[in-house]
Ligand binder design. Structure first.
Ligand code: FMN
Length: 449
């Protein structure tokens, strides 16, 4: 019997997904704002038959302390995702195109319209990554001092998704007639204006000015790791980017999220969990280790300290890297990335590391796998066989080198083992992910109103 195939996605991060990456000789200055770099990675990944290229986003410049942040590339100088994805759509034909849009700062109509447009432009390859945004620097761009509380952000996110689904369902398939003879543009019975009344949104008779999309509706992704995040994902997401620094934590996350599906009347295969993995593959393990050591050596002390301070939501500027972080100075709970916050707090309580050690272990939910193509394929196969993932969401510390190494070295190995496709079987992202094409009105009958 044919083996089940894993699904593969990766994060664009054109400066590389490591704090030292932008300074490395293998990355290009300004790649995050150069459309040719986006074209290049989308085409390499499509050659490697990836399900999805993903453009993450944070609508903010992390700016203070400026002396420190002037050393950090963290969405500081990047193209806006939907614009970049549209440019990638034009030079590819199969690969899925996912991007982040925040429920805290957009209106549902804008998000619904943007991703529906991308789905049309790309012939059914669009995916929206739903985030609530986890930095107060973004709040300032929208007239707020701080992000709203975590629970409030997630209540708004839930309503936001319902309203977007509502907009995607305002027209039935075949609504637009373009009947030149009879003078009828659309069938009036196939327009269903949206009525929604919630805590955050009231829509009385709204409608999206765009017909149903090739996928029925774009794929919905989520990556929240908090209790609220997992609950929302189980109810509404098609894809989840999971955390998992090792096989045991990945499996716990997988079982947790999948286990919640039944209470929403959903089957296991209706949601794909792509486990987060940072990786460097080289012909020898020593080369992969040397590459990571080279990158670690490019991280300035202030940058290492700020990375921890950001995730602990605490000023650590008075500490040296050889100091231990006193638990007494930390907030009782995180309001931003709660998973990263909790992981660091647990490490402080259990292991009392120095700030330098804490910085080196702060991988934000991902492990960095290092090895030869066989070793990497072994590790991915083991995680996949253990049902800790339906596939993987890669972060490559070097771009485009990390992606092209993976496509040249690991993809053929996975194919040889029968673990990955040898050709795209369908045309849309839902086809690649083996998700059903949903009627655009599938959820609207029960949503809102
Ligand atoms: C693979 C992956 C990609 C993510 N991309 C983004 C992103 O583009 N923008 C963002 O604000 N958060 C991003 N996140 C963070 C989460 O989606 C989420 O906002 C964050 O973890 C805070 O929510 P939580 O407290 O529920 O975990 C990403 C997380 C993962 C694992």
């Amino acid at each position: 019997m044919a083996r089940e195939h894993m699904h593969l996605a990766f994060s664009a991060h054109l400066s590389g997904a490591h704090q030292g990456s932008w300074r490395d000789r293998a990355t290009r200055e300004g790649a995050d704002v150069d459309v040719r770099s986006f074209h290049e990675i989308a085409q390499i990944a499509e050659r490697g038959l990836f399900d999805l290229v993903f453009v993450a986003d944070s609508p903010a410049v992390r700016s203070e302390p400026r002396e420190v942040y002037s050393r950090i590339q963290h969405f500081t100088n990047v193209l806006e995702p939907l614009t970049a994805l549209t440019a990638m759509a034009a030079v590819t034909s199969r690969i899925g195109l996912g991007g982040t849009a925040s429920t805290s700062f957009y209106e549902p109509f804008n998000v619904g319209r943007l991703f529906a447009s991308l789905d049309h432009i790309s012939g059914g390859r669009a995916a929206w990554n739903v985030v609530t945004t986890a930095t107060d620097f973004a709040a300032k761009n929208f007239g707020l001092d701080r992000m709203p509380a975590h629970a409030d952000r997630y209540r708004r996110a839930r309503e936001f998704i319902e309203v977007v689904l509502g907009f995607w369902g305002t027209w039935e398939d075949g609504a637009f007639l373009y009947d030149k003879e009879g003078g009828r543009l659309f069938d009036p019975d196939k327009l269903h204006p949206l009525e929604y009344s919630g805590e955050f949104f009231q829509i009385k008779g709204g409608a999206l000015n765009l017909e149903p999309t090739p996928q029925g509706r774009p794929v919905v992704i989520q990556a929240g790791a908090s209790e609220a995040g997992k609950a929302l994902a189980a109810e509404t997401a098609d894809v989840v980017f999971g955390v998992g620094k090792d096989i045991a934590t990945a499996k716990a996350f997988y079982d947790d999220v999948k286990g919640r599906l039944r209470s929403f009347g959903r089957g296991e295969s209706s949601l794909k969990i792509l486990s987060g993995v940072s990786l460097i593959v080289k012909p020898t393990k020593a080369e992969a280790e040397d590459t990571l050591a080279r990158l670690d050596g490019l991280v300035h002390d202030d940058v290492l300290r700020q990375g921890v301070a950001m995730d602990l939501e605490t000023d650590l500027s008075h500490l040296s890297l050889d100091d231990h972080v006193p638990a007494s100075i930390l907030p009782k709970q995180g309001n931003l990335h709660t998973e990263y916050f909790n992981t660091l707090v647990t490490a402080i309580r259990e292991k009392n590391p120095t700030l330098r050690e804490l910085g080196r272990m702060n991988h934000r939910g991902n492990d960095t796998l290092l090895g030869t193509p066989q070793q990497i394929a072994d590790e991915l196969e083991e995680r996949f066989a253990a049902k800790s993932a339906d596939g993987f969401m890669f972060q490559f510390p070097l771009q485009p080198e990390g992606l092209s190494d993976f496509v040249e070295l690991v993809v053929p190995e996975l194919q040889r083992r029968g673990l990955f496709r040898t050709a795209y079987a369908g045309a849309t992202l839902r086809d690649h992910l083996e998700l059903p094409h949903l009627s655009p009105r599938a959820q609207t009958d029960s949503a809102g109103a």
